[in-house]
Design a protein around this ligand. Sequence first.
Ligand code: BES
Ligand code: ZN
Ligand code: ZN
Length: 461
Amino acid sequence: MSEPKALIRPDRGEDAIAIHLVNKDGFEAFAKALTAGQRASLAAQKFEGGGYQYAIIPEGDSWFVVSGVANPESLSSWCLAKLAEELPEGVYRVATGDPGPAMFGWVTGQYRFSRYKSEDKGPGPRVLLTGQVGQIDGYLAEAQAECMVRDLVNAPPEDMGPAALEAECEKLAKGHKAELTVVRGDALERGYPMVHAVGRAASRHHAPRLMHLVWGDPKHPVLAVVGKGVCFDSGGLNIKPGAGMRLMKKDMGGAAHALALAGLIMGTRLKVRLHLLIPAVENAISGGAFRPGDVLASRKGLTVEIDNTDAEGRLILGDALTRASEENPDLIVDFATLTGAARVALGPDLPALMARRDETAEAFLAAGKANDDAGWRLPLHEAYREYLASDVADMANSASNPFAGASVAGLFLDRFVGEGLDWVHFDTFAWTPAPKPGRARGGRGLGLRASWHALRARYGT
Ligand code: BES
Ligand code: ZN
Ligand code: ZN
């Protein structure tokens, strides 16, 4: 796709094709003001003012666009996205008001993952002009963060292994003058034994690692951001069936969210001391793989019996959350493609949110709702803790019953989050299975904008 920066520009009165937004109620009045020929053109295109409907109307030697929206006074992120995807290359402006949040969808609507296509590099840019000059940078930054999540998730697993995630952290650290520490391979055995155990079966060039990036004024409150970086999840010895494994390149989606969020935080100089922690592994199968029945040590000191090697994300996150807690953070936010159960409960569009404190959960949910990135809260129900009991170790990594899988995974993580700390956990799908305007099939941010706006409100820039 084109550089997001090129897709939205301040309106300096240059020539541009007009976009008129109407809803079903306003449609008649709009049509009345047109010529008979223009009305005929509307009818021929079966335009009636419904959402995502649009028509191209001739006017003299040129043409303009009319598009249906639910409410022309209050635009959503996606209401211009279909136009951005389908209109010809060119320069446009909304004639009937300001685009506002629709700037986000204007950019993400033009997202394509064409790196591996030999010839098809896609259509040229559709540029949107706006008089809301002060809003351009903010929406562009969010759109860029979203495109980063998609690019990282869409990349094939051979090209987006633990080393590639490390390279992404390094790029981010260099760009924002942050400090990056990386613990790799067998060196993990001491500080991050569960990261080591999950990642040790992978080939040498996909060796496991733990990235720890630190940025910002030490006087500001500590914010820890953690992301599950399972670069490919075969399930391990509890191997996944083919259909379940097919999309598991996206199992580093949590890491992609964490990296993109860290980019927004540093790019806008949020008033925090940021600790970004990314455990990165491939959950592979080889003679050295960890096994059901193994008992792992953890950074926290708890022993964990492996009930199922496919419940690997919670293991690597456990050590990372312990490390995050050692900074005595004001807040920990983690992102993970953690359970199929969260998808069964909420489907692909709604990330599951779990939190210790009601106020924090509500702040994140409200920020999501207000920014077209809604989530839904699931409980960390104390009574289910016993599902993780083990006969031989302090706890097991999965339950022997099928109940409340997302909550049980959340309760597992909870054991590794320092006592009393404020913590939000997103069990996100990181994927669009069926495309919608602005959301191509493939990698997707879910919970990213919710988190970004909640953090901005909490800490300020
Ligand atoms: N990465 C998967 C979870 C997943 C699967 C997310 C499909 C999105 C779509 C995770 O590592 C996993 O396999 N979880 C198991 C846990 C179970 C063994 C307790 C699951 O959800 O089935
Ligand atoms: Zn798994
Ligand atoms: Zn996984």
